[in-house]
Design a protein around this ligand. Structure first.
Ligand code: AMP
Length: 290
């Protein structure tokens, strides 16, 4: 596995691979890898001749400077995990390489209309602009055939899919299911920040979504199901709940009433100690699970 640090060496390396007819899969990450990231890598390895993972903690998508400062960096162990998963290359650029004029002086910003003004967009101003910019840069640098994103970041996936269409990148965007710990907690690099008490409380988020889904599946309405889910989280005093919403899986529009169950999902965000956790669950998956 080769580790590349500059845009030029990455482009040169990939141009050679492309010339020899290889298909390229890109797995963008911010590092501090876990089995969720590795599931994306595994999928790319099976579907492409060459897999490249980017590891870059993108400053312009952080609206909270403390979150950026504390984001874990562990390139060496990340590289070991990626190599073991069959990844062929890592693109790990410096901030200077990605933002030569300084990331504080970035001119370009992006908007995604109703997809970015709701949920995470309401809580994290500028976040999706930063995501859109860095993913566009990665798409331009790597020009992959396929790019792999996790369902865990459902809103990000919706935005990137739309951006890929709107800006004619022509990349196949591959949606990968959320990987969870045995107790239901969605894997996240931010889980490392939880102390033992917080870690023990964390699966409540998953349980609250199952409970709300159960209410809907049993014929209950959206407002009640939302209250049931929220109540379960708020009973655990360690949580600061930011939102718990039923949304349309495609438009992300917040729902007050039931629609076809196939198109309903729950999205939530909560602060737990110093970690801000997000998760989502689709009614369809609840019904399959039953
Ligand atoms: P991040 O490093 O957090 O920016 O995540 C990089 C990619 O991994 C994104 O596409 C995430 O959606 C995905 N990802 C993160 N956690 C998980 C998980 N638990 N299951 C599946 N994909 C994940």
């Amino acid at each position: 596995m080769i580790i590349l640090h500059t845009i030029k060496e990455t482009r040169d390396f990939l141009a050679k691979q492309r010339k020899s007819g290889k298909s390229i899969g890109l797995v963008p990450t911010m590092g501090a890898l876990h089995q969720g990231h590795i599931s994306l890598t595994n999928k790319s390895v099976t579907e492409n001749d060459l897999t490249i993972s980017s590891i870059y903690v993108n400053p312009v998508q952080f609206n909270n400077p403390e979150d950026f400062k504390n984001y874990p960096i562990m390139l060496e162990s990340d590289a070991q995990m990626l190599e073991a998963a069959g990844c062929n290359a890592i693109f790990a650029p410096s901030h200077e390489e990605m933002y030569p004029n300084g990331f504080e002086n970035l001119f370009t910003s992006m908007e995604f209309d109703s997809l970015s003004s709701t949920l995470e967009g309401e809580q994290r101003p500028g976040h999706f602009s930063g995501v859109g910019v860095v993913v566009s840069k990665l798409f331009n640098i790597v020009a992959p055939n396929r790019a792999y994103f996790g369902q865990k970041d459902m809103q990000q996936l919706a935005i990137i899919s739309q951006m890929n269409t709107d800006l004619s990148f022509g990349i196949e965007i591959v949606r990968c299911p959320t990987v969870r710990e045995k107790d239901g907690l969605a894997m996240s690099s931010r889980n490392r920040r939880l102390n033992p008490k917080e870690r023990a409380a964390a699966p409540t988020l998953y349980q609250s979504m199952l409970k709300a889904c159960e209410h809907i599946a049993n014929g209950g309405d959206v407002i009640e199901a939302k209250e049931i889910g929220k109540k379960q989280i708020l009973e655990e005093k360690l949580f600061g709940l930011e939102y718990f919403e039923f949304v349309h899986t495609d438009s992300l529009e917040k729902l007050k009433e039931k629609i076809t169950l196939d198109k309903m999902a729950i999205c939530l965000a909560a602060q737990l100690g110093s970690a801000r956790l997000i998760d989502n669950f689709w009614l369809k998956d609840y019904l399959i699970r039953k």
